[in-house]
Design a protein around this ligand. Sequence first.
Ligand code: NZQ
Ligand code: ZN
Length: 386
Amino acid sequence: MLNFEYRNPTKILFGKGQIANLAKEIPSGAKLLMLYGGGSIKQNGIYDQVKAALQNFTVLEFGGIPANPEYEVLLKALKVIKEEKIDFMLAVGGGSVIDGVKFLSAAALYEGDSPWDILSQRIVTKKGLPFGTVLTLPATASEMNSGAVISRQETQEKFSMGGPGLFPQFSVLDPQVVASIPKRQLANGITDAFTHVLEQYMTYPIGALLQDRIAESIMQTLVEVAPKVIKDPSDYEAAANFMWSCTMALNGLIQKGVPTDWAVHAMGHELTALFGIDHARTLAIITPSHYRYNFNSKKEKLAQYAERIWNVTSGTMEEKANAAIKATEDFFHSLEIDTRLSAYTGEFPGTAQVISRKFTERGWNGIGERKALTPADVEKIVEMSY
Ligand code: NZQ
Ligand code: ZN
């Protein structure tokens, strides 16, 4: 097992009715900015619940943060934060709203020339403007981690950022919010969380037995509850297990002491930046090709995953590893998620070259758990995903 340090300061309020308890987590007298997305919270009652909980605060609002939070929109919110001297933010939404608020948390205290530098120069945020979240869509675990991903249409870029100053102070996780989520977003959430576990697991054996078992139990739980959540998102027990699995998949715990990959996300983000494909679907497109291309370096963990998640007990290590890739594809298909790029874009020759060139320009010369995948490898993996 590798050395590690672990700290996660986010307080979780989990369960039915917890939105009503959020006021006690916010400093009294705070001037509050509540931020949300395209308006789903006004239809499903979450907006009203949050407003009722905040009745003793001065609350300003900023709505309209789009999926794949857009830099230009966030700059408008930043102006409000500065002009109104906001001292606490509340994100009410999915990963996009929460990530947008994390960017604002960093940008509000950033003293450099342009807040885009935080993303393009990967500036680590040690201190941000404090914020909490009310999660409305289980998927990213942004509610309990310190990372964010921000898009910029103007330059077709989608970059990550983060730092120890960007953990939410608290997050409210009421599984009842799952009831109003459309099927497409439920499938996305399951796929994103499942792939988060894979990114931290599907590398090479390092003797971290507990991390492996925790990762496997998250995947097993997602596989078990996926059909139930899709069939009936108001099934509270299924929703609660789905929600907590998504949070646990990327709150930092399972990546401690183990190598991590994240190449699938790096390539997937480019597909969203170029074509606007939903984040989770880009992962389903890249994952099978990535594992086939890197078969030799990942086959031991692929075989372990085949045995423990998909109950593949016979065959050689290679046969089990191949069966694992096929089972993963089948799982995505069972959620009605296509795993070929052409299903989303039609014929689009040159995509792999564009992505590989971007990696070269940015100096991303070695990605994956061994930092060994070059832009030429990326080109081949994306090509295999057509
Ligand atoms: O905008 P509104 O109207 O609220 O509608 C949203 C949005 O259209 C809707 N929705 C959310 N909660 C709902 C609901 N509709 C009905 N009922 C509810 N309760 O769902 C749509 C998608 O929301 P979004 O926040 O975009 O989805 P998700 O949570 O999947 O977030 C995706 C973003 O997170 C980033 C992705 O790259 C992408 O930009 N990620 C963030 C990570 C992190 N911070 O750790 C890690 C991930 O790998 C990921 O990259
Ligand atoms: Zn993801």
